[in-house]
Design a protein around this ligand. Structure first.
Ligand code: 4NP
Length: 181
């Protein structure tokens, strides 16, 4: 499937820092199996989702077919590795997050990625619900029924276990939405 070249857009993100204003998507064509997971800081939930989804795709033997990345709507942790509690909980399931580095959502993401997957309703709102935001489909990870993957940052390790289970079941259901080649 080919995706249309986008026109210029300007998206103001309601709850985002003032410097995070999405300007002018560049004309690009998204690869159909390209997925960007988004949370607030890109150090807890979306790195887990990136790692879990990649491992599910690789288990399926489809690693070469997908582009998978994660980003945050906020800028506080740019360049940092995932939170050690996310690294630890992923490691328990044989998933290594340690090479990931946080980055912020950039305008090109709305055209580079076929699907942008938000961890919670606030992330979804910050992404502008996709209305004027390039070609990417924007959705919640847990969307049937809609439910947040809660922010575990200010809690204890139990919160990360809970998040990991939610992320895993959400990623399994999300992966089922992709046709086998
Ligand atoms: P995340 O969690 O959005 O799942 O990465 C957070 C990480 C950091 C902060 C908030 C949430 N923070 O306020 O720095």
């Amino acid at each position: 499937m080919r995706y249309p070249v986008t026109t210029k857009v300007c998206v103001a993100l309601p709850d985002a820092p003032a410097d995070l204003v999405i300007m002018a998507a560049t004309p690009e064509i998204a690869v159909p199996r390209s997925v960007l997971f988004v949370c607030l800081g890109n150090i807890c939930r979306s790195p887990l989702a990136e790692g879990v989804f990649r491992s599910l795709v690789e288990e399926r033997g489809d690693g070469d077919l997908f582009t998978i990345d994660s980003a945050g709507t906020g800028a506080w942790h740019i360049g940092n590795p995932p939170d050690p509690r996310s690294i630890d909980v992923a490691a328990k399931y044989g998933i290594d997050l340690s090479a990931q580095r946080a980055r912020q959502v950039v305008p090109e993401d709305f055209t580079r990625f076929d699907t942008i997957v938000a961890m919670d309703a606030a992330n979804l709102a910050a992404l502008g619900s996709g209305k004027n935001a390039g070609t990417a489909r924007i959705r919640l990870l847990l969307d049937d029924p809609p439910k947040d993957v809660p922010d575990p940052y200010f809690g204890g390790p139990d919160g990360f276990e809970h998040v990991c289970r939610l992320v895993r079941s959400g990623c399994e259901r999300f992966l089922e939405t992709f046709d086998r080649p």
